[in-house]
Design a protein around this ligand. Structure first.
Ligand code: BEZ
Length: 239
């Protein structure tokens, strides 16, 4: 009789849901995710393979920005389906040998998960067979201090990510939480923010007609207000 091996079916983690739990071995010791990160924002991201050029450029860039993320109470955790000794050798090569775009001697001090069984990668929808059966795509999960998934991004193997955009996402999510606002296209701290749409026609009309110099209404459903850059950053960034 043919023996059947049971395949677990995972759905991709979705925005607003708890981040799937796992325990893993990393270059910085064992982790219990997301419990170990309670109280911090965390970016869990995957790369296809160690010792590859796009991934190397990404790690050097992300590691060089780590202090900025940490100041925004955000920790970084990487993952690929390579083993621990490959991770260690690759990170050592980056530090000792690679000079790229003015970055050199770059030490990656955030944990890099080994996932040779692909257990974690599968839980997080990082194995996308149309792109590769054997490598994780470039996934990004931004998870809040309560362990809730707040942003999900997936990039193909050939496309290096924009880490300034990841930083913008972390700041914008925190600003939205702190000030009960939303952020418009291409928002950066200091730009006007979106005032949530008023609940009733009367309130919307009142807002439209308001003489408040900090508020601009483009129509009844689209109002912005000023939010000082210092006010945003002093709330979010650790001294
Ligand atoms: C890279 O990081 O350069 C890479 C990795 C896997 C497939 C294609 C590119």
């Amino acid at each position: 009789m043919e023996e059947k091996t049971e395949q677990k079916v995972y759905s991709i983690p979705r925005i607003g849901e708890p981040a799937p739990e796992f325990k893993a071995v990393t270059t910085q010791g064992d982790i219990n995710f997301p419990a170990d990160y309670k109280g911090s924002w965390v970016i869990l991201f995957s790369h296809p393979a160690d010792f590859t050029p796009v991934c190397t450029s990404e790690f050097m860039t992300f590691a060089s920005m780590e202090k900025d993320f940490n100041k925004a109470n955000c920790k970084l955790v990487g993952l690929s389906v390579d083993g621990l000794y490959s991770h260690i050798a690759w990170l050592r090569t980056i530090k000792e040998k690679i000079e790229y775009k003015g970055m050199k001697n770059v030490e990656v001090t955030f944990p890099l998960i080994e996932d040779i069984t692909m257990e974690v990668a599968k839980k997080y929808g990082m194995i996308q067979p149309g792109e590769s059966n054997t490598k994780a795509v470039r996934a990004v999960f931004v998870i809040d201090p309560k362990g809730i998934v707040r942003t999900v991004l997936y990039y193909p193997l050939s496309l290096g990510r924009n880490f300034d955009e990841l930083y913008r996402i972390v700041i914008a999510l925190q600003a939205a939480d702190e000030f009960s606002i939303a952020t418009p296209a291409d928002w950066q701290p200091g730009d006007d923010v979106i005032v949530p749409t008023a609940g009733s026609c009367g309130v919307a009309k009142e807002r439209m007609e308001s003489k408040d110099e900090n508020t601009t209404c483009y129509d009844w459903f689209f109002c912005t207000r000023k939010l000082d850059k210092e006010k945003v950053l002093s709330k979010i960034l650790k001294k």
